[in-house]
Design a protein around this ligand. Structure first.
Ligand code: AHR
Length: 336
């Protein structure tokens, strides 16, 4: 061995190095072949949810609640925001079907136009939950249930408040303007119907005009500007289908030199924090609650459907009513 040249030693060293390197590569190959996947808990369920947009504080609160509750329940949420377009909702539902989610849920922007896509979901064997709003379809049984507010009753509560207010002010004629939500949407239709059915038989009540404010604050302001330019201080009451439009209308009423809550009775729906604060200041007279906190009910229902259990066809949350008839000093934060 003593006689080995420097060159031989180098060759041997290199050979040893190569052997070690080849063994390492082979080992890596072996392990990647039967890869040890980390222990990841399987989601209980994959829920595809198409939200209609982010037009209001209510909608933003609703989205946050659904995201939060999905996490709490260990449900894998595929969320899509349709930005106020029905075609985006239809496309999202088709993506959920292609992805083979366990359950689909959506908040339909309007009531008509869902037959085709829901038939596709039905053919794929995926149950569908309606959240917040309802739909009209030719075929029955395309959806399993509806989780959302009783919008008709909200309109009734608004009308009943107005009758009490007119009594307490001793009014013998009441000029009303109505700022409605998105045309052909369930809350627009039912809040209007409940209100009209309630005040309809009271001979003092006159609805001067109903105008579409699309549930948007900016549109609420535009509508109010238009109404004030047509009717000026003849307006006794503004019945607005959501807080955002109400808050938009208030700025216009004040800009016109009128005092909301005094010169004009203001009736709103939703009950978000900002509107409740304004109600406490006396610039809104009444707010009917419509809670966006539908996440718990949605997750429970989705899990039941995945397990093949029966679900209730209609799930309405309990809703409250706030007005200048009440002491609201101890009202807890609204959360939206
Ligand atoms: O569908 C619920 C309604 O939609 C809420 O009243 C409104 O604020 C929202 O945009």
């Amino acid at each position: 061995m003593r006689g080995r040249s420097y060159c031989d030693k180098m060759k041997n060293g290199l050979r040893r190095l190569l052997t070690v390197a080849v063994a390492a590569v082979l080992c890596m190959g072996m392990f990647s072949g039967c890869e040890q996947k980390p222990e990841v808990e399987e989601p209980k369920l994959i829920l595809g949810f198409s939200q209609l947009g982010s037009e209001s504080a209510w909608r933003i609160g609703n989205t946050l609640d659904i995201e939060e509750k999905a996490e709490k329940y260990g449900i894998n949420l595929m969320f899509d925001n349709a930005n106020q377009k029905q075609e985006n909702q239809i496309a999202a539902i088709r993506r959920f079907i292609a992805y083979k989610v366990d359950v689909i849920a959506f908040s339909p922007i309007v009531e008509e136009g869902w037959d085709n896509v829901l038939t596709e979901a039905k053919n794929a064997g995926i149950p569908v939950i309606l959240v917040d709003r309802d739909i009209n379809t030719e075929e029955e049984g395309l959806t399993t249930c509806l989780i959302g507010a009783d919008f008709y009753n909200e309109g009734v509560m608004a009308g009943e408040y107005l009758i009490r207010k007119a009594d307490s002010l001793g009014l013998d004629h009441v000029n009303i303007v109505e700022i409605t939500g998105t045309e052909d949407s369930t809350p627009m239709r039912k809040r209007q119907a409940g209100f009209m059915d309630t005040i309809g038989s009271d001979g003092r009540m006159e609805v001067m005009e109903s105008i579409n404010g699309d549930f948007l604050r900016s549109r609420g302001a535009e509508c109010m500007r238009e109404l004030l330019s047509k009717y000026g201080d003849e307006i006794d009451v503004v019945y607005s289908h959501n807080d955002d439009m109400t808050l938009g209308a208030l700025t216009e009423i004040e800009a016109a030199g009128l005092v909301p809550g005094q010169d004009i009775v203001i009736i709103s729906i939703d009950g978000g924090q900002e509107a409740i604060d304004v109600l406490k200041e006396g610039r809104i007279n009444c707010v009917v609650e419509c809670t966006p906190m539908l996440g718990n009910a949605l997750m429970n229902t989705a899990l039941k459907l995945k397990n093949g259990e029966e679900v209730e066809a209609m799930i309405h949350p309990n809703e409250r009513f706030f007005s200048d008839e009440q002491d609201l000093s101890n009202l807890s934060p609204r959360g939206y």
